[in-house]
Structure formats: structure tokens, C-alpha cells
Design a protein around this ligand. Structure first.
Ligand code: MN
Ligand code: MN
Length: 459
């Protein structure tokens, strides 16, 4: 009886050549997305363009919708909800794929620019969980928006064009690193030291100007963007890694890139809804939101009532109360998890950890210590997914975020569950999560896409 015992399989053990080429083609689109969208705003902009090209239209709150309608709601350019109206009433609930499109990075401080010993720097405040030493001596880009004093919004992107300069945070040379190497990692790399080298050429046009390098930098910014130093105050500028997403491994089985957490799932959720064929039974919804890495707060975060407003308007238009809709709804909280890393095997219970190339990883629970801060999904919810995935040839596995008491973490699942929506975590296993160049498997990415499409079709 081969069914008596349970284990997952490496996808490549049984993958057909067709499946392997589907997985690799899908990764090409994903890499292009990652290189374009390095911030939450850029991800939403990408999603709007992608959705419009596939027949989605902007939803005006309160308007009447019909089964088969494809709509999106752009929440302040920092989050987006997309929906295909199902043939069933919203009284039967909807199926939600929820992912976040913010990623750990270095934000510029409100007043960031200064000069020290004839070098201009930008002060930063890190966003999300970063290992600070990983951000020294790697090429960096500057992306974001500045709202000028006159109200004009300026898009900033410096570093991705081959003609652009790049930026960096320096480190001590090993020859003089005796004291540094004796410290703990935490003490050796203080957050306040994450200062971006921004220029070194003095502008000597004004004799009276003391900080000639800083002055030269401001002149360049003024020429390019029409901004003054005070405009930094009303800006959101993000320092992100400058490297591109690329295949990793001689067999090209992996993708290295910045922001797999959680744009890998964001892309899967976006493409699953935008390429859905026909009208689903239950309304399908994809949410791409901001601020997960700092607690899902804010008007564009997962806890924002903007979602209630969107779903409430759709429900009302069908004469259904939002509470009734949510009570029958189902959510896959699409966030990445850790892949088992043989180099750091001691933090994982391998039997309950996601493995590379074994498929999309579900997490019944996350959290820390005794599952604290977790949405512990119901057995019935897992059973629903087992049935759907078996019928749709989705390779999947169950994961857990490390050994008991090794640490832990949370996702957006608990916020969706609080809305009285049955919710479970699922996503792409990641190596080196939260580093400037994370790794995922093409096979797992593709299966994440396929798992969302299967839920939209069959739940
Ligand atoms: Mn995440
Ligand atoms: Mn994260």
C-alpha cells in the first residue's frame, strides 16, 4: 500500500518536459516584473498595467457589477484589489489571494542629506527585518516619489538604467577590522551607520558655501527633478539593491532576486486572477498590499478598512451584507516561507519544513513560541485544499517556520481571519529570506501560481 505512508516528492522526479518549460517560461515573466517593480508603488503600477491589458477596468465605488466583470481598485497607488465577479451571489462568499508587495529596504530619513569630510551622504532608517551587514558594499539604487512644495509629484529612479550611477554603503577594510570583528554582529553594524555614499565632488561656484559637495548634490537634484532640500520632507525614497533578478545554478532551477518576499506570491496572485479563463463560480479576489513588513498597518496595509469598503460596496450591490459574504469566504494568505537550508539545518525540523522544488508550501500556523501571533488554520481548511490540489495537479507541501522556539514570525493571515474569513498561509519557500538577494525555485513559484488558480476555479 503505497498510500499508507506520507512524503513529498521533488517536482523534477516526475515533471514532464512540457511542465519544465511552463515553469521556466513563467519565471521569465516574473524576473521582468521583479526588475521593474522594486517598491510597493511600482508593484501596484505594474499590476494596474498588467490587469488593464487583460480586460480589467477601474472600479468606481457603488457601481453595478455583473458576473464575469473584471475590476480593480487602486488604493492610493500603494495597494490594489482585483476581482472577477463570480456567477454565484456574494452570499456564497469569495475566494481571496492576499499577498504583500512591500519588502525590507532602507528608507531615507526625512532630512537625509549631509556632508562629512568632503563626502555627501544620505541618512537612512531601515524598513522591516534586515541583517544590516548584508547592506554594506553592495550596489544600491534610489527609487520613490517626492512631492514638491508646489504639490507636483516627481518619480525618482536612479540606478537601474545602465547609464545611471549607483550608490553604496562602505565597510572597514579587513586590514583595520580587528575591533569590528571582535564585536557581535548586532553591535558591529548599527542601524544608524547605514549611510549612503551619494557624492564627493565639491561645487566651488559659491565661495561662501561651506558644504560644497552637498551643495553640488542639491544642484544636480534641482536640475533633474526641480527639487530643493526641503522637498525631502515630503518624499518616500527607498534604497533598494541594484542587482537584477537572474537564474541561479548551472541548471537554472532557481531565481535570485531582491524582494521575493513577497513579490513572488504577489506576482502569482496577480497572474492567477488576470489570466483566469471564464467566469468563476465564487467571486475571485487578489489583494496586493503594503506595510506587511512593519505590521500590516496604514491605510494601504492588510488591516486597512479599505478592503471592507471595496467588498462592502460589491456585496451591497447584490443585496448581501458584508458579514455574510466574509463568513462564507476563503483566503489563501500568500506569503513566502523559509526553505530548508542544509547549511543552517540546525534551525529547522526538516520533516516539517518546506523543501526547495517540492511545491507551494502551506503553513497551517506560523507565530513564535507557542504559536503566538498565528492564525492556526482549521483542519477543515487544509482538507479543502488537499481536495482541490489533488484535482488540479498542484505540487504542494506543508511547512513550519523553523524549529519550535528557534524564533518565528507572522504573516497577514491573522488579519484576514479576524474578518471571519477562513484563512491559511501558503507561498513560495525562500533561501536567504530578507537578504538583498533572496533565492526561490522556479518549480515552487509556478506551483504557487497554479495553486491560486485552482482555488479560484474550484473552491
Ligand atoms: Mn512576507
Ligand atoms: Mn518578510
Amino acid at each position: 500500500m503505497s498510500d499508507l505512508l506520507y512524503s513529498t516528492k521533488n517536482i523534477y522526479e516526475t515533471a514532464s518536459p512540457e511542465l519544465i518549460s511552463l515553469m521556466s517560461d513563467y519565471a521569465e515573466g516574473y524576473k521582468a516584473f521583479l526588475n521593474t517593480a522594486k517598491t510597493e508603488r511600482e508593484s501596484v503600477e505594474y499590476a494596474v498595467g498588467y490587469a488593464k491589458a487583460r480586460g480589467f477596468r477601474e472600479y468606481v465605488t457603488g457601481e453595478k457589477v455583473q458576473p464575469g466583470d473584471k475590476i480593480y481598485f487602486n488604493n492610493r497607488g500603494k495597494a490594489i484589489y482585483l476581482a472577477i465577479i463570480g456567477s454565484l451571489s456574494l452570499r456564497e462568499g469569495c475566494n481571496v489571494a492576499a499577498a504583500h508587495v512591500d519588502a525590507p529596504r532602507l528608507d531615507l530619513k526625512s532630512n537625509p542629506l549631509y556632508e562629512d569630510n568632503e563626502i555627501a551622504y544620505l541618512r537612512t532608517h531601515y524598513y522591516g527585518g534586515v541583517k544590516k551587514y548584508q547592506w554594506h558594499t553592495i550596489p544600491l539604487e534610489l527609487r520613490g516619489v517626492i512631492i514638491r512644495g508646489d504639490g507636483e509629484k516627481v518619480q525618482v529612479s536612479i540606478g537601474s538604467d545602465p547609464a545611471d550611477p549607483r550608490f553604496v554603503i562602505t565597510d572597514i577594510l579587513p586590514h583595520l577590522g580587528e575591533k569590528q570583528s571582535a564585536k557581535t554582529v548586532r553591535d558591529a553594524f548599527p542601524g544608524e551607520d547605514l549611510k549612503i555614499l551619494f557624492g564627493t565632488r565639491p561645487d566651488c561656484a559659491d565661495d561662501k558655501e561651506k558644504n560644497k559637495v552637498k551643495y553640488g548634490i542639491m544642484k544636480l537634484l534641482n536640475e533633474k527633478y526641480g527639487v530643493t532640500e526641503a522637498d525631502f520632507l515630503s518624499a518616500e525614497l527607498e534604497i533598494v539593491p541594484a542587482h537584477e533578478a537572474r537564474d541561479v545554478g548551472l541548471d537554472r532551477s532557481l531565481v535570485g532576486g531582491y524582494g521575493h518576499d513577497d513579490r513572488a506570491c504577489g506576482y502569482a496572485a496577480l497572474t492567477a486572477i488576470c489570466n483566469f479563463e471564464g467566469t468563476p463560480a465564487r467571486t475571485a479576489v487578489t489583494m496586493l498590499v503594503d506595510k506587511e513588513e512593519i505590521g500590516s498597518e496604514g491605510t494601504a496595509g492588510m488591516q486597512s478598512r479599505a478592503f471592507e469598503r471595496f467588498m462592502g460596496a460589491l456585496s451591497r450591490s447584490q443585496g448581501v451584507s458584508l458579514d455574510d459574504c466574509f463568513a462564507e469566504s476563503f483566503c489563501v494568505s500568500n506569503d513566502v516561507c523559509n526553505a530548508f537550508d542544509p547549511n543552517f539545518a540546525e534551525v529547522s525540523d526538516k520533516q516539517n519544513n518546506a523543501l526547495l522544488n517540492h511545491g507551494v508550501s502551506f503553513m497551517k500556523y506560523t507565530g513564535s513560541r507557542g504559536k503566538s501571533g498565528s492564525n492556526d488554520a482549521n483542519a477543515e481548511t487544509v482538507a479543502t485544499l488537499r481536495r482541490i490540489f489533488a484535482a488540479n495537479e498542484v505540487a504542494w507541501q506543508m511547512g513550519e517556520l523553523g524549529k519550535v522556539d528557534a524564533g518565528g514570525g507572522g504573516t497577514v493571515a491573522l488579519y484576514m481571519a479576524k474578518r471571519n474569513i477562513e484563512t491559511i498561509d501558503a507561498g513560495v519557500p525562500v533561501l536567504s529570506m530578507h537578504s538583498p538577494w533572496e533565492l526561490i525555485s522556479k518549480a515552487d513559484l509556478y506551483m504557487t501560481y497554479r495553486s491560486i488558480a485552482a482555488v479560484f476555479k474550484d473552491r
